[in-house]
Design a protein around this ligand. Structure first.
Ligand code: PMP
Ligand code: GLU
Length: 392
Protein backbone atom coordinates (compact mmCIF):
# COMPACT_ATOMS: atom_id res chain seq x y z
CA UNK A 1 0.00 0.00 0.00
CA UNK A 2 1.25 3.52 -0.70
CA UNK A 3 1.72 5.60 2.45
CA UNK A 4 -1.50 7.55 2.91
CA UNK A 5 -0.01 10.40 4.88
CA UNK A 6 -1.72 13.75 5.26
CA UNK A 7 -0.27 16.87 3.61
CA UNK A 8 -0.15 18.31 7.10
CA UNK A 9 2.21 15.62 8.32
CA UNK A 10 4.28 15.67 5.15
CA UNK A 11 4.95 19.37 5.74
CA UNK A 12 6.63 18.57 9.05
CA UNK A 13 10.28 17.56 9.60
CA UNK A 14 11.39 15.06 12.26
CA UNK A 15 12.86 16.67 15.40
CA UNK A 16 16.54 17.32 14.60
CA UNK A 17 17.51 17.44 18.26
CA UNK A 18 16.00 14.05 19.00
CA UNK A 19 17.38 12.63 15.73
CA UNK A 20 20.98 13.47 16.66
CA UNK A 21 20.53 11.78 20.05
CA UNK A 22 19.25 8.65 18.38
CA UNK A 23 22.10 8.68 15.89
CA UNK A 24 24.70 9.02 18.67
CA UNK A 25 23.04 6.22 20.66
CA UNK A 26 22.99 3.92 17.62
CA UNK A 27 26.71 4.50 17.02
CA UNK A 28 27.44 3.87 20.70
CA UNK A 29 25.50 0.61 20.56
CA UNK A 30 27.86 -0.43 17.74
CA UNK A 31 30.82 0.22 20.04
CA UNK A 32 31.85 3.63 18.63
CA UNK A 33 33.20 6.00 21.28
CA UNK A 34 30.87 8.96 20.62
CA UNK A 35 31.06 12.24 22.49
CA UNK A 36 27.60 13.78 22.46
CA UNK A 37 26.97 17.51 22.49
CA UNK A 38 23.65 16.67 20.86
CA UNK A 39 20.37 16.89 22.70
CA UNK A 40 19.93 19.37 25.51
CA UNK A 41 19.48 16.89 28.29
CA UNK A 42 20.95 17.20 31.79
CA UNK A 43 23.55 14.50 32.46
CA UNK A 44 22.66 14.63 36.17
CA UNK A 45 20.31 12.06 37.67
CA UNK A 46 16.97 13.35 38.93
CA UNK A 47 17.51 14.46 42.57
CA UNK A 48 16.94 11.57 44.99
CA UNK A 49 14.06 13.13 46.92
CA UNK A 50 12.05 13.46 43.69
CA UNK A 51 12.65 9.82 42.74
CA UNK A 52 11.63 8.84 46.28
CA UNK A 53 8.42 10.85 45.92
CA UNK A 54 7.60 8.90 42.75
CA UNK A 55 8.32 5.56 44.42
CA UNK A 56 6.15 6.50 47.37
CA UNK A 57 3.35 7.56 45.03
CA UNK A 58 3.57 4.18 43.29
CA UNK A 59 3.57 2.34 46.62
CA UNK A 60 0.53 4.38 47.65
CA UNK A 61 -1.32 3.21 44.53
CA UNK A 62 -1.14 6.48 42.59
CA UNK A 63 -1.73 4.55 39.38
CA UNK A 64 -5.14 5.61 38.10
CA UNK A 65 -6.09 8.07 35.38
CA UNK A 66 -4.96 11.48 36.57
CA UNK A 67 -7.86 13.78 37.40
CA UNK A 68 -8.75 16.43 36.61
CA UNK A 69 -7.55 16.23 33.01
CA UNK A 70 -5.80 19.62 33.33
CA UNK A 71 -3.63 18.18 36.09
CA UNK A 72 -3.92 17.05 39.69
CA UNK A 73 -4.78 19.80 42.13
CA UNK A 74 -1.67 19.09 44.20
CA UNK A 75 0.51 19.75 41.15
CA UNK A 76 -1.36 22.77 39.83
CA UNK A 77 -1.25 24.33 43.28
CA UNK A 78 2.49 23.62 43.47
CA UNK A 79 2.94 25.24 40.04
CA UNK A 80 1.19 28.40 41.28
CA UNK A 81 3.43 28.57 44.36
CA UNK A 82 6.50 27.94 42.23
CA UNK A 83 5.63 30.60 39.65
CA UNK A 84 4.98 33.11 42.40
CA UNK A 85 8.30 32.31 44.01
CA UNK A 86 10.49 32.28 40.91
CA UNK A 87 8.60 34.44 38.40
CA UNK A 88 6.75 36.84 40.67
CA UNK A 89 3.38 36.03 39.07
CA UNK A 90 0.18 35.07 40.87
CA UNK A 91 -1.86 32.36 39.19
CA UNK A 92 -4.67 30.17 40.46
CA UNK A 93 -4.78 26.41 39.79
CA UNK A 94 -7.53 26.98 37.17
CA UNK A 95 -5.03 29.06 35.15
CA UNK A 96 -2.61 26.11 34.96
CA UNK A 97 -2.39 22.90 32.93
CA UNK A 98 0.09 20.05 33.45
CA UNK A 99 1.12 18.37 30.19
CA UNK A 100 3.29 15.58 28.80
CA UNK A 101 6.38 17.76 28.66
CA UNK A 102 6.55 21.44 27.78
CA UNK A 103 6.54 20.28 24.17
CA UNK A 104 2.98 19.08 24.58
CA UNK A 105 1.89 22.38 26.15
CA UNK A 106 3.36 24.27 23.19
CA UNK A 107 1.55 22.09 20.69
CA UNK A 108 -1.75 22.38 22.55
CA UNK A 109 -1.34 26.14 22.54
CA UNK A 110 -0.78 26.34 18.79
CA UNK A 111 -3.56 23.85 18.08
CA UNK A 112 -5.94 25.81 20.31
CA UNK A 113 -5.13 29.23 18.87
CA UNK A 114 -4.61 28.77 15.14
CA UNK A 115 -6.88 28.48 12.16
CA UNK A 116 -5.41 27.64 8.75
CA UNK A 117 -3.17 30.50 7.63
CA UNK A 118 -3.00 32.26 10.99
CA UNK A 119 0.47 33.62 11.56
CA UNK A 120 2.91 32.96 14.38
CA UNK A 121 5.88 35.28 14.73
CA UNK A 122 8.98 33.29 15.69
CA UNK A 123 12.38 34.87 16.38
CA UNK A 124 15.17 33.18 14.43
CA UNK A 125 17.20 31.22 15.43
CA UNK A 126 14.41 29.24 17.07
CA UNK A 127 14.05 25.98 18.93
CA UNK A 128 13.49 23.33 16.24
CA UNK A 129 9.98 22.31 17.23
CA UNK A 130 8.20 25.70 17.08
CA UNK A 131 7.78 26.02 13.29
CA UNK A 132 6.84 22.39 12.81
CA UNK A 133 4.31 22.46 15.62
CA UNK A 134 2.80 25.58 14.06
CA UNK A 135 2.61 23.82 10.68
CA UNK A 136 0.99 20.78 12.32
CA UNK A 137 -1.64 23.16 13.67
CA UNK A 138 -2.02 24.50 10.08
CA UNK A 139 -0.66 27.90 11.03
CA UNK A 140 2.11 29.79 9.20
CA UNK A 141 5.40 30.55 10.92
CA UNK A 142 6.74 34.05 10.18
CA UNK A 143 10.38 34.41 11.13
CA UNK A 144 12.01 37.54 12.48
CA UNK A 145 15.74 38.00 12.75
CA UNK A 146 18.34 40.56 13.69
CA UNK A 147 21.62 39.38 12.15
CA UNK A 148 23.41 42.46 13.55
CA UNK A 149 22.67 41.60 17.15
CA UNK A 150 25.71 39.87 18.59
CA UNK A 151 23.56 37.33 20.43
CA UNK A 152 20.95 37.09 17.65
CA UNK A 153 18.24 38.49 19.90
CA UNK A 154 15.34 40.28 18.22
CA UNK A 155 13.78 43.49 19.41
CA UNK A 156 10.34 45.06 19.29
CA UNK A 157 11.29 46.64 15.94
CA UNK A 158 11.80 43.29 14.20
CA UNK A 159 8.62 41.88 15.72
CA UNK A 160 6.62 44.95 14.72
CA UNK A 161 7.73 44.64 11.10
CA UNK A 162 6.29 41.11 10.98
CA UNK A 163 2.86 41.86 12.44
CA UNK A 164 -0.12 41.55 10.09
CA UNK A 165 -3.88 41.25 10.65
CA UNK A 166 -3.31 37.45 10.61
CA UNK A 167 -0.83 37.47 13.52
CA UNK A 168 -2.29 35.43 16.38
CA UNK A 169 0.81 34.46 18.36
CA UNK A 170 4.32 35.72 19.10
CA UNK A 171 6.76 33.17 20.48
CA UNK A 172 9.46 34.24 22.94
CA UNK A 173 12.15 32.02 24.46
CA UNK A 174 14.51 33.36 27.10
CA UNK A 175 16.95 31.94 28.14
CA UNK A 176 17.19 30.87 24.54
CA UNK A 177 17.67 27.52 22.89
CA UNK A 178 19.86 27.44 20.76
CA UNK A 179 21.74 30.73 21.36
CA UNK A 180 22.05 30.69 25.15
CA UNK A 181 21.07 34.40 25.16
CA UNK A 182 18.98 35.93 27.94
CA UNK A 183 16.64 38.86 27.26
CA UNK A 184 16.84 41.72 29.74
CA UNK A 185 13.78 43.14 31.46
CA UNK A 186 14.06 46.31 29.33
CA UNK A 187 14.17 44.32 26.10
CA UNK A 188 11.08 42.36 27.12
CA UNK A 189 9.39 45.55 28.26
CA UNK A 190 9.79 47.03 24.75
CA UNK A 191 8.14 43.94 23.28
CA UNK A 192 5.36 44.13 25.86
CA UNK A 193 4.76 47.81 24.99
CA UNK A 194 4.40 46.82 21.33
CA UNK A 195 1.95 43.96 21.93
CA UNK A 196 -0.10 45.27 24.85
CA UNK A 197 -3.81 45.45 24.04
CA UNK A 198 -3.50 43.70 20.66
CA UNK A 199 -5.38 40.45 19.96
CA UNK A 200 -2.12 38.52 20.02
CA UNK A 201 -1.09 35.82 22.48
CA UNK A 202 2.52 35.71 23.56
CA UNK A 203 3.71 32.14 24.07
CA UNK A 204 6.67 32.60 26.40
CA UNK A 205 8.77 29.45 26.63
CA UNK A 206 10.58 29.86 29.95
CA UNK A 207 11.83 26.30 30.38
CA UNK A 208 15.42 27.45 31.08
CA UNK A 209 14.40 30.13 33.61
CA UNK A 210 16.56 28.74 36.43
CA UNK A 211 19.62 28.29 34.22
CA UNK A 212 20.94 31.84 34.12
CA UNK A 213 24.57 32.83 34.66
CA UNK A 214 26.52 35.66 36.21
CA UNK A 215 24.46 38.36 37.85
CA UNK A 216 21.77 38.29 35.18
CA UNK A 217 18.17 38.21 36.35
CA UNK A 218 15.32 36.28 34.85
CA UNK A 219 12.18 38.16 33.84
CA UNK A 220 9.02 36.23 33.20
CA UNK A 221 7.14 37.89 30.34
CA UNK A 222 3.82 37.57 32.16
CA UNK A 223 5.21 39.54 35.12
CA UNK A 224 5.34 42.69 32.96
CA UNK A 225 2.48 45.15 33.40
CA UNK A 226 -0.65 44.04 31.57
CA UNK A 227 0.94 40.96 30.06
CA UNK A 228 -0.57 38.26 32.26
CA UNK A 229 -3.88 38.22 30.38
CA UNK A 230 -2.13 37.98 27.01
CA UNK A 231 0.67 35.53 27.82
CA UNK A 232 0.88 31.78 28.04
CA UNK A 233 3.94 30.89 30.08
CA UNK A 234 5.33 27.46 29.21
CA UNK A 235 7.67 25.71 31.60
CA UNK A 236 8.44 22.26 32.97
CA UNK A 237 10.67 20.11 35.11
CA UNK A 238 12.87 18.57 32.36
CA UNK A 239 15.77 21.00 32.52
CA UNK A 240 15.54 22.52 35.99
CA UNK A 241 15.21 19.23 37.86
CA UNK A 242 16.95 16.90 35.39
CA UNK A 243 13.67 15.13 34.63
CA UNK A 244 13.62 14.89 30.83
CA UNK A 245 12.39 11.30 30.75
CA UNK A 246 9.51 11.91 33.12
CA UNK A 247 7.70 13.98 30.50
CA UNK A 248 6.14 16.64 32.65
CA UNK A 249 5.56 20.21 31.57
CA UNK A 250 3.11 22.91 32.49
CA UNK A 251 1.64 26.14 31.22
CA UNK A 252 -0.09 29.07 32.90
CA UNK A 253 -2.13 31.73 31.20
CA UNK A 254 -5.56 33.05 30.30
CA UNK A 255 -8.21 30.69 31.62
CA UNK A 256 -10.03 30.42 28.27
CA UNK A 257 -6.84 29.22 26.62
CA UNK A 258 -5.87 26.81 29.39
CA UNK A 259 -9.40 25.34 29.28
CA UNK A 260 -9.12 24.83 25.50
CA UNK A 261 -5.76 23.12 25.96
CA UNK A 262 -7.29 20.87 28.63
CA UNK A 263 -10.09 19.93 26.24
CA UNK A 264 -7.46 18.91 23.70
CA UNK A 265 -5.53 16.99 26.35
CA UNK A 266 -8.73 15.14 27.32
CA UNK A 267 -9.09 13.96 23.72
CA UNK A 268 -5.44 13.00 23.26
CA UNK A 269 -3.02 11.98 26.04
CA UNK A 270 -5.40 12.32 29.05
CA UNK A 271 -2.47 14.04 30.77
CA UNK A 272 0.89 13.08 32.25
CA UNK A 273 1.19 9.91 34.37
CA UNK A 274 -0.46 10.29 37.76
CA UNK A 275 2.54 9.37 39.94
CA UNK A 276 4.76 11.61 37.80
CA UNK A 277 2.47 14.53 38.59
CA UNK A 278 2.79 13.75 42.30
CA UNK A 279 6.59 13.60 42.04
CA UNK A 280 6.68 16.84 40.02
CA UNK A 281 4.77 18.58 42.80
CA UNK A 282 7.47 17.35 45.20
CA UNK A 283 10.14 18.74 42.85
CA UNK A 284 8.53 22.18 42.69
CA UNK A 285 7.88 22.36 46.44
CA UNK A 286 10.93 20.54 47.80
CA UNK A 287 14.52 21.57 48.45
CA UNK A 288 16.02 23.61 45.61
CA UNK A 289 19.71 23.12 46.42
CA UNK A 290 20.26 20.53 43.67
CA UNK A 291 18.99 23.07 41.13
CA UNK A 292 21.48 25.66 42.39
CA UNK A 293 24.32 23.12 42.35
CA UNK A 294 23.55 22.00 38.79
CA UNK A 295 23.30 25.61 37.61
CA UNK A 296 26.78 26.35 38.98
CA UNK A 297 28.20 23.35 37.15
CA UNK A 298 26.55 24.32 33.86
CA UNK A 299 27.94 27.84 34.15
CA UNK A 300 31.47 26.54 34.60
CA UNK A 301 31.09 24.07 31.74
CA UNK A 302 29.67 26.74 29.44
CA UNK A 303 32.60 29.06 30.12
CA UNK A 304 35.02 26.24 29.42
CA UNK A 305 33.34 25.13 26.22
CA UNK A 306 33.19 28.70 24.89
CA UNK A 307 36.85 29.22 25.76
CA UNK A 308 37.90 26.08 23.93
CA UNK A 309 35.74 26.91 20.90
CA UNK A 310 37.17 30.42 20.71
CA UNK A 311 40.68 28.95 20.77
CA UNK A 312 39.97 27.29 17.40
CA UNK A 313 41.06 29.55 14.53
CA UNK A 314 38.08 31.19 12.86
CA UNK A 315 35.51 30.18 15.48
CA UNK A 316 33.66 32.85 17.44
CA UNK A 317 31.42 31.94 20.31
CA UNK A 318 29.78 34.38 22.72
CA UNK A 319 29.98 33.92 26.47
CA UNK A 320 27.01 31.79 27.55
CA UNK A 321 24.32 33.69 29.47
CA UNK A 322 21.89 30.87 30.18
CA UNK A 323 20.44 27.46 29.22
CA UNK A 324 23.20 25.00 28.29
CA UNK A 325 24.18 25.63 24.68
CA UNK A 326 27.03 27.18 22.75
CA UNK A 327 25.99 28.33 19.27
CA UNK A 328 29.10 29.38 17.37
CA UNK A 329 29.17 30.59 13.76
CA UNK A 330 31.24 27.92 12.01
CA UNK A 331 31.04 29.20 8.43
CA UNK A 332 34.70 30.18 8.30
CA UNK A 333 35.83 26.62 9.02
CA UNK A 334 33.50 24.82 6.59
CA UNK A 335 36.10 24.93 3.83
CA UNK A 336 38.76 23.46 6.10
CA UNK A 337 36.56 20.38 6.51
CA UNK A 338 35.47 20.38 2.87
CA UNK A 339 31.78 21.09 3.55
CA UNK A 340 29.35 23.80 2.46
CA UNK A 341 26.93 24.20 5.34
CA UNK A 342 26.23 23.29 8.95
CA UNK A 343 24.28 20.13 8.04
CA UNK A 344 27.29 18.73 6.20
CA UNK A 345 29.61 19.97 8.92
CA UNK A 346 27.67 18.16 11.68
CA UNK A 347 27.68 14.99 9.59
CA UNK A 348 31.41 15.24 8.88
CA UNK A 349 32.24 15.81 12.55
CA UNK A 350 30.23 12.77 13.62
CA UNK A 351 31.70 10.56 10.89
CA UNK A 352 35.32 11.62 11.28
CA UNK A 353 35.85 12.34 14.98
CA UNK A 354 32.67 10.89 16.50
CA UNK A 355 31.44 14.09 18.06
CA UNK A 356 27.68 14.61 17.89
CA UNK A 357 26.47 18.20 17.61
CA UNK A 358 23.39 19.70 16.00
CA UNK A 359 23.46 21.66 12.76
CA UNK A 360 22.13 25.19 13.03
CA UNK A 361 20.05 24.51 9.90
CA UNK A 362 16.97 23.19 11.70
CA UNK A 363 17.21 26.19 14.07
CA UNK A 364 17.11 28.54 11.06
CA UNK A 365 20.83 29.38 11.26
CA UNK A 366 22.77 27.38 8.66
CA UNK A 367 26.14 29.01 9.47
CA UNK A 368 26.00 27.88 13.09
CA UNK A 369 26.13 24.64 15.05
CA UNK A 370 24.74 23.95 18.51
CA UNK A 371 26.81 22.19 21.15
CA UNK A 372 25.13 21.27 24.41
CA UNK A 373 27.30 21.40 27.50
CA UNK A 374 24.88 19.41 29.62
CA UNK A 375 27.53 16.71 29.67
CA UNK A 376 30.58 15.86 31.79
CA UNK A 377 33.73 17.98 32.03
CA UNK A 378 35.71 15.03 30.67
CA UNK A 379 33.41 14.76 27.63
CA UNK A 380 33.74 18.49 26.99
CA UNK A 381 37.55 18.28 27.06
CA UNK A 382 37.71 15.16 24.87
CA UNK A 383 35.09 16.44 22.41
CA UNK A 384 36.87 19.77 22.06
CA UNK A 385 40.24 17.99 21.67
CA UNK A 386 38.74 16.09 18.76
CA UNK A 387 37.16 19.17 17.20
CA UNK A 388 40.36 21.20 17.64
CA UNK A 389 42.40 18.47 15.93
CA UNK A 390 39.93 18.23 13.05
CA UNK A 391 39.93 21.99 12.55
CA UNK A 392 43.67 22.55 13.10
N1 PMP B 1 11.27 24.39 24.86
C1 PMP B 1 12.60 24.43 24.68
C2 PMP B 1 13.22 25.72 24.33
C3 PMP B 1 13.35 23.26 24.81
O1 PMP B 1 14.67 23.30 24.63
C4 PMP B 1 12.71 22.05 25.11
C5 PMP B 1 13.50 20.78 25.16
N2 PMP B 1 13.43 20.17 26.33
C6 PMP B 1 11.33 22.07 25.31
C7 PMP B 1 10.64 23.26 25.17
C8 PMP B 1 10.53 20.85 25.64
O2 PMP B 1 10.83 20.35 26.90
P1 PMP B 1 10.07 19.10 27.53
O3 PMP B 1 9.07 18.65 26.54
O4 PMP B 1 11.13 18.11 27.82
O5 PMP B 1 9.43 19.62 28.78
N1 GLU C 1 14.93 20.37 23.90
C1 GLU C 1 16.13 19.59 23.89
C2 GLU C 1 16.99 20.04 22.72
O1 GLU C 1 16.74 21.04 22.13
C3 GLU C 1 15.82 18.13 23.92
C4 GLU C 1 15.33 17.49 22.66
C5 GLU C 1 13.96 17.92 22.28
O2 GLU C 1 13.07 17.93 23.11
O3 GLU C 1 13.81 18.25 21.11
O4 GLU C 1 17.96 19.39 22.44
Amino acid sequence: MRPLLSKRLNAVAPSATLAVTEKAAALRAKGVDVISFGAGEPDFPTPAHIREAALKALRDGDTKYPAPVAGKTVLRTAVCEYLERFCGTKYEPADVIATVGAKDALYYAFASLLDPGDEVVIPKPYWVSYPDQVRLAEGSPVFVHDPDDELLKVGAREIESALTPRTRVVVLNSPNNPTGAVYSRDELQDIADLLRGKDIVIVSDEIYHRLIFGDRKFTSFSSLPGMMEQTLVVNGVSKTFAMTGWRLGFAAGPRWLVAAMAKLQGQTTSGPASFVQTAAAAALRGPQDDVAAMRTVYERRGERMAERLNAIRGVRCGRPQGAFYCFPDMSSVFERVGVHNADEFAEAVLDRVHVALVSGGPFGAPAHVRLSYSTSDAAIEEGLNRLSRLLA
